[in-house]
Design a binder for this molecule. Structure first.
Ligand SMILES: [Zn+2]
Length: 130
């Protein structure tokens, strides 16, 4: 599947559609409105050069990438790793992804149980990230 930000400045491909996406309600994800899908970093094929700006926060172990032109949140990576076992991509950028065939898993990192999406299952307990 192909993905791109609004302006097309950041593009990537993954082999398969995600079976589920994560809706996290921490202070950052709540504002981004992203739905995260997870893949080994080596399986996400980014078009190069990667034209992103990076936002880091808290303990600064994750790099949140945003398109430098249209500012879409595109993905996050583990700081300092180029071959992480897991990175998060913003599933809303995946072209043709059918929400009817993707489960939504809630993650209660905001510790208030408030989500804007629907999920069939209970929320995963949160960390103290808010
Ligand atoms: Zn863009």
């Amino acid at each position: 599947m192909q993905a791109s930000c609004h302006c097309g400045g950041v593009r990537y491909e993954v082999e398969e559609a995600p079976e589920w996406v994560l809706d996290c309600n921490c202070s950052r994800c709540r504002l981004y409105g992203a739905l995260m899908a997870y893949y080994p970093q080596s399986e996400v094929k980014f078009a190069t050069p990667l034209a992103t700006s990076i936002y880091m926060w808290g303990d600064r172990d994750l790099e949140f990438h945003h398109c430098r032109t249209c500012f879409c949140f595109t993905h996050y990576t583990v700081a300092g790793l180029l071959d992480a076992p897991k990175i998060g991509v913003n599933a809303r950028l995946l072209r043709g992804l059918d929400p009817a065939h993707v489960k939504v898993q809630h993650k209660n990192n905001g510790n208030d149980g408030v989500f804007w999406t629907k999920s069939d299952g209970p929320a995963l307990p949160g960390h103290d990230l808010s």
